[in-house]
Write a protein that binds this ligand. Structure first.
Ligand SMILES: Nc1nc2c(ncn2[C@@H]2O[C@H](COP(=O)(O)OP(=O)(O)OP(=O)(O)O)[C@@H](O)[C@H]2O)c(=O)[nH]1
Ligand SMILES: [Mg+2]
Ligand SMILES: [Zn+2]
Length: 346
């Protein structure tokens, strides 16, 4: 973000945040929005100035939550140390990649998710469904943005396939490098509203941001020839106020979006499968040989797509497994804490 000054409203401040401040808070604390997250520290903007804050990576330090891009923090007026993360209007999170069982916040206080995918081999219906689950779980609007339409004669075919994913799904095919072409996105660029761009590396998230912004400030990278896989050009999450007044959040490419505790999002995304499943005679129906299996009937009648059924079952299992693992870890941690506090009391 540049040094331009903003009002809090321009940074996305809303009444729901204002309401969380007591009169004592207003006297001693000032709000600031997280605009950049690095390992171990974040950059926040108060509207007047930017501050670099150290955030303990293990545990949350003195804060009630680990802040992520888009979060609103309250800072001590005198020392500028963060005191509190305000309750979020929405939170996008996933299982952190790697061996350790933990959650990773992606972005907070988001109004719209742009699921960015491109009109080439990267396009994958199963993957797009993961992002839809994430948006519906968080209760935010989503739009499917298909980039690189200029590189293919088959943009309409990609669009046609994606139309099957959700009733009235908004799909935009664009050339992210072209100012005219990205104009269709402006409908979602409302003053003070925050849009996050998520998708695999190389699909053109930063390019889109630059075109909308009318600058070439942020680095974009050429993708490797042959496999259409990006090089992970963007390495930090960052929040940008656009000339239109909208706020765009750019995130490094996501290799694997592992869902956590996402049942409501999954049921909404796969509404036809979930509805059929409810009508199966047995509550624990495996949809194989049981009599009165509405899912199998749906498959035979053609009202359920076998690909969607398979992805639904896979995501459900994954989200449930991750939920259990996180819950187990939290129990273990709480157990440890209790043990220590007991020792302390003796
Ligand atoms: N022809 C064409 N090229 C595009 C389009 N969108 C992006 N590109 C190119 O694709 C490459 C990757 O774009 P980036 O914007 O860096 O991709 P990204 O999604 O930000 O990637 P990460 O930061 O790694 O997540 C760059 O060479 C862009 O110029 C498009 O719509 N049409
Ligand atoms: Mg990028
Ligand atoms: Zn069944």
């Amino acid at each position: 973000m540049t040094s331009t000054k903003f009002s809090l409203a321009e940074l996305g401040w809303k009444e729901v945040f204002e309401k969380q401040l007591s009169s004592k808070d207003i006297k001693h604390l000032i709000p600031a929005r997280v605009t950049i997250t690095h390992r171990g520290h974040v950059v926040v903007n108060t509207g007047h100035e930017e501050h670099l804050l150290q955030i303990a990576e293990k545990g949350v330090g003195s804060l009630n939550e680990q802040p992520t891009v888009g979060d609103w923090l309250l800072l001590d007026r005198e020392t500028m140390t963060p005191e509190r993360v305000l309750d979020r209007t929405s939170l996008l999170q996933r299982m952190a990649p790697g061996q350790e069982v933990k959650l990773q916040p992606i972005a907070a206080n988001i109004d719209t998710l742009f699921i960015v995918s491109s009109c080439n081999e990267e396009f994958n219906l199963n993957r797009i469904e993961r992002y839809i689950c994430l948006a519906l779980e968080a209760g935010i609007e989503f739009v499917l943005v298909l980039t690189k339409e200029d590189l293919t004669g088959e943009a309409d075919e990609y669009r046609r396939q994606a139309e099957e994913l959700f009733p009235d799904i908004e799909i935009l095919t664009i050339n992210g490098k072209d100012t005219e072409s990205v104009r269709v996105l402006h409908k979602w660029f409302r003053q003070g509203e925050t849009v996050v761009l998520l998708g695999s590396s190389g699909v053109g998230k930063t390019t889109l941001l630059n075109t909308v912004n009318g600058t070439e400030k942020k680095k974009t990278g050429a993708i490797r020839e042959g496999d259409s896989k990006g090089r992970h050009t963007t390495t930090t999450r960052s929040l940008h106020v656009m000339p239109s007044g909208a706020i765009l959040v750019d995130v490094p490419g996501i290799r694997e979006l592992q869902l956590h505790d996402c049942m409501s999002g999954i049921n909404k995304t796969f509404h036809e499968v979930a509805r059929a499943e409810e009508m199966c005679r047995f509550a624990d129906c495996s949809h194989n040989r049981e009599p009165g299996c509405a899912v199998r009937e749906g498959l035979e009648a053609g009202s359920i797509d076998p690909r969607r059924l398979e992805n639904y079952l896979k995501l459900k299992e994954e989200a449930e497994k991750n939920r259990e693992e996180i819950a187990e870890k939290t129990r273990r941690k709480d157990g440890k804490k209790k043990k220590y506090s007991r020792k302390w009391k003796k």
